[in-house]
Write a protein that binds this ligand. Structure first.
Ligand SMILES: O=C(O)C(=O)C[C@]1(C(=O)O)C=C[C@@H](O)C=C1
Length: 104
């Protein structure tokens, strides 16, 4: 992965995302710190994804489009199938979060 120069990325530690987990020490405190770092990263990414999805939805509806786009949702579901059957659950959750309070 190429090094990011964006200070926001450095705050989240994105630059080490592809480092080999096998190289981490067998030390629970260190490994838990890595989990905490990943959780912060995932949370920020989910919040940003949800905000972007809501922005698309608001724009589309304001311009007379549909609230949902099935073909795009299928693409998201396909993407997360890389995680196996739980990937479907995660993708559905992400899609629901992006729909906001009106979501089904
Ligand atoms: O890609 C879009 O058109 C979106 O509105 C984003 C998004 C998503 O969260 O991925 C949300 C709702 C749509 O049904 C499809 C996809």
């Amino acid at each position: 992965m190429s090094e990011s120069t964006d200070p926001a990325d450095r705050d989240l530690g994105i630059e080490n995302l592809s480092a080999d987990v096998a190289d981490l020490p067998d030390d629970i405190d260190t490994l838990r710190l890595e989990i905490d770092r990943m959780d912060a990263l995932i949370l920020a990414a989910v919040q940003r994804r949800s905000a972007v999805s809501k922005k698309i939805g608001a724009y589309r509806m304001a311009t007379g489009g549909p609230r949902l786009v099935h073909s795009r949702e299928v693409k998201v579901l396909d993407r997360f199938s890389a995680l196996g059957s739980e990937g479907h659950t995660l993708a559905m959750l992400l899609l629901r979060l992006g729909r906001g309070p009106l979501g089904r």
